[in-house]
Design a protein around this ligand. Structure first.
Ligand code: PLP
Length: 399
């Protein structure tokens, strides 16, 4: 049958990242390609205990339909957590979502008409790019440096694209670069959004996982006029399989989000919302997050030390102060796909940079993940990667 798909459906069935993860998943390969939280840190026993309590004490309400905005108690707890990170808000400004991926999708659905411009960091989270593309967005990438999006380039993009609907940014420990936007730029991005009358979509799944440096307030902290839509998630601080996230935004926007959420999935899993609320009431989630910070921080330091030992001095890499990723940039016109194949021959894998770019990719770039790997595996894997990089660079020079 010749199916007449809508324009939102991708034209091809190709899944380049899925293919990479498949190759990287072979048992001989040390893979830095994934982006998963460490499963050994999931608080399984505590979640089991509170789940039983939810069934015993509030089973009938937790298993019932509920309101689209989300379980009020959980929203109150989120308001308290947000205050800790510098966002003063109210329950009416919070909506629970089925993970940040849904928050991104609902925001795109709410604002993007085909042809509207969305400005993104370059590179950025590839599944957000897929969402924006599906709504027909014109994607404009803004270059970054170690302090995040470059503000002059952002202003040039805003001037060149008066039909910009929003700026999408992951200001803390960005996926894929691990970079954090400086405080000065957080203030500047608000100033530019005011000047050009656009919205900011602040995607913050990693902000709580800081293991070095000093805390930086979210962009939302500096928002005076309700133009920042802030989103975060329990995926990286608790467990991604629970599929729970939240949006903090102006009440006028939350009303629209709630209507759209109703059409999308009625509400996020009510049982899981009760479980997470009870977990946070009975356990110290900050102590749990500190454990995550300490394990990821140690793995990141081991990876960076191994990179300093085994990578050629000309290779640049980010030094994340939190989150899950390091971004590597090899100078010269290195073919990232050829490097990937050499790496697979050496039984080590990463995600090539290409899919993270809204348009043309910078060659010789790739993402490394350190959250799921034991320290000895990190050391061996980075040594293999160093060998593959040296081989590829030597071959590139010969050509
Ligand atoms: C930048 C970014 N945004 C959103 C998400 C989606 O998170 P969730 O599991 O809450 O849907 C991810 C997941 O890795 C991410 O890296």
């Amino acid at each position: 049958m010749n199916y007449q798909f809508s324009t939102r459906v991708p034209k091809t069935n190709e899944d380049p990242v899925g293919n990479i993860l498949k190759v990287a998943g072979s048992s001989d390969v040390i893979s830095f390609a994934g982006g998963l939280p460490a499963p050994e840190l999931f608080p399984v026993e505590a979640l089991k205990k509170v789940t039983n309590e939810v069934y015993d004490q509030e089973g009938r309400s937790a298993l019932q339909y509920s309101i689209a905005a989300g379980y009020p108690k959980l929203r109150e707890q989120i308001v308290a957590r947000m205050a800790q990170s510098g966002i003063n808000t109210t329950v009416d400004n919070v909506m629970i979502s089925t993970g940040s991926q849904q928050s991104i999708d609902l925001t795109a659905k709410m604002f993007i008409n085909p042809g509207d411009t969305v400005i993104v960091e370059q590179p950025t989270y590839l599944c957000a790019l897929d969402v924006f593309r599906s709504y027909g967005a014109n994607l404009v990438g803004v270059e970054m440096d170690d302090d995040g999006m470059k503000m002059m380039a952002l202003e040039t993009a805003l001037q060149a694209h008066p039909n910009t609907k929003f700026i999408y940014t992951i200001p803390s420990f960005q996926n894929p670069t691990g970079r954090t936007m400086s405080v000065a730029r957080r203030q500047k991005v608000i100033e530019l959004a005011e000047k050009y009358d656009v919205i900011i979509l602040e995607d913050d799944p990693y902000g709580a996982i800081r293991f070095a440096g000093t805390a930086v307030a979210p962009i939302k902290h500096f928002d005076q006029s309700g133009r920042v839509i802030y989103m975060s998630t329990f995926s990286k601080i608790l467990a991604p399989g629970m599929r729970l996230g939240w949006i903090v935004a102006d009440t006028a926007l939350i009303k629209k989000f709630t209507l759209m959420k109703q059409s999308a999935d009625v509400h996020s899993d009510n049982l899981t919302q009760h479980i997470v609320a009870r977990f946070m009431a009975e356990y110290d989630i900050d102590a749990h997050i500190q454990k995550i910070q300490s394990v990821y921080g140690q793995r990141e330091r081991v990876m960076v030390a191994a990179m300093a030992e085994h990578f050629p001095a000309s290779v640049h890499y980010s030094r994340p102060e939190g989150g899950l990723f390091i971004w590597v940039e090899i100078p010269g016109n290195i073919d990232t796909q050829a490097l990937f194949e050499t790496c697979i021959a050496h039984n080590v894998a990463f995600v090539p940079g290409d899919p993270f770019y809204p348009n043309a990719a910078t060659p010789g770039t790739f993402r490394l993940n350190y959250s799921t790997m034991a320290e000895d595996q990190i050391k061996i894997g980075i040594e293999r990667l160093g060998t593959a990089i040296k081989e590829t660079m030597a071959n590139a020079v010969k050509v």
